[in-house]
Design a protein around this ligand. Structure first.
Ligand code: SF4
Length: 351
């Protein structure tokens, strides 16, 4: 059986992952926001490196006690957009289904950090039935995104029940799971778990990965098991100061994901979660990084850089633009990947 996750500051100190001198003050952080790091992630940390990008994602930091005025408990308005417990209905054609708020790790930058935790809510079977009834009675729902928390911490039996229930709703055509498990606890992606995802509908798995060091051989094996079962894999990355705000790191991450059969889908600008300002770059820095990736890596390796609007109005692509109307003339000026500018004609409007 796999070793359990480290959940207490004392355990982190005993493993040399936090200095003894900081342990007492870090307990204050742990009282406010949940802490957990899996053995797979703890092993990747170099305790001698104070800037280790894996540690930065999972080891509590005193900077989390500083709350910036613009930060919010519910940064993308999940609560306001929840018609019944466990459902978030933000866009007309899709909903989030959140069966639980438990994760195998607690990321220090998480946008749901005030909802997730070992005591995080899990839907009772009556609540899950009610959430599924909401989906069943809204024929405009084409896609269901099963998220949380991390749905892959559920047992294969419970996962299969959810997949079967969604399979039985005619208007739901696409099921998408969001998970960090293939990275942080890849052994959990067992044949039984993969079997539980067998669906009559198009079922996608979106995997959250932020640094190339996370792409271990066991991660790649987990992706292979999912892909061999015919499940398309997508990648989600959060742009994080001190973790991956560097073109070479992003390049290596996105190449590694594609090599593991995972198509990078979104590069998320971090949300305004409380106590996370030390992770947030400026939008301009994110755009500059996206520009550096253009031409440097294959289009297959390029995600969309997106921002979730605070308050819940949805995702907006915020990547750089390469085409602008030509000044004082018809048509466009379009920039190539080396910065060269080219004229492009307007459409011929003659009918
Ligand atoms: S795994 Fe996802 S939901 Fe869980 S703490 Fe990390 S970012 Fe948040």
């Amino acid at each position: 059986m796999a070793a359990p996750s480290l959940r207490r500051v004392g355990e982190l100190a005993a493993r040399g992952l936090v200095p003894d001198a900081d342990a007492a003050s870090l307990k204050r952080v742990a009282e406010r926001y949940a802490v957990a790091i899996t053995p797979a992630m703890a092993e990747l940390i170099d305790p001698a490196d104070p800037a280790d990008p894996i540690a930065r994602q999972f080891i509590p930091n005193l900077a989390e006690l500083a709350v910036a005025p613009e930060e919010r408990a519910d940064p993308i308005g999940d609560e306001r957009l929840s018609p019944v417990k466990g459902i978030v209905h933000r866009y007309p054609d899709r909903v989030l289904l959140k069966p639980l708020h438990v994760c195998p790790v607690y990321c220090r930058f998480c946008f749901r950090r005030e909802q997730v935790g070992p005591e995080g809510e899990t839907l009772t079977s009556a609540e899950l039935t009610q959430a599924l009834a909401y989906i069943r009675t809204h024929p405009e729902i084409w896609e269901v995104i099963v998220t949380g928390g991390d749905p892959f911490v559920m047992s294969p039996r419970r996962l299969a029940e959810i997949v079967r229930a969604l399979d039985g709703i005619e208007h739901v055509q696409v099921i998408r799971f969001h998970t960090r498990v293939p990275v942080v606890d890849p052994g959990r992606v067992s044949a039984r778990l993969v079997g539980a995802l067998d669906s009559e509908k198009a079922l996608y798995v979106a995997i959250h990965a932020n640094h190339p060091r996370e792409l271990t051989p066991t991660f790649r094996a987990a992706c292979r098991r999912l892909a061999t079962a015919g499940i398309p894999l997508l990648g989600q990355t959060v742009l994080l100061k001190g973790v991956n705000d560097d073109a070479a790191v992003l390049e290596s991450l996105f190449r590694g994901l594609v090599e593991a059969r995972v198509k990078p889908y979104y590069l998320h600008h971090p949300d305004l979660a409380r106590g996370t300002s030390h992770f947030r770059p400026d939008l301009r820095e994110g755009q500059a990084l996206m520009r550096q990736l253009r031409g440097r890596v294959s289009g297959l390796c390029q995600p969309s850089y997106v921002l979730d609007l605070p308050g819940g109005q949805g995702k907006v692509p915020v990547g750089p633009s390469y085409a602008a109307p030509a000044r004082g003339a018809e048509g466009w000026i379009v920039e190539d990947f080396q910065g060269g500018q080219h004229r492009y004609p307007p459409a011929n409007r003659e009918e």
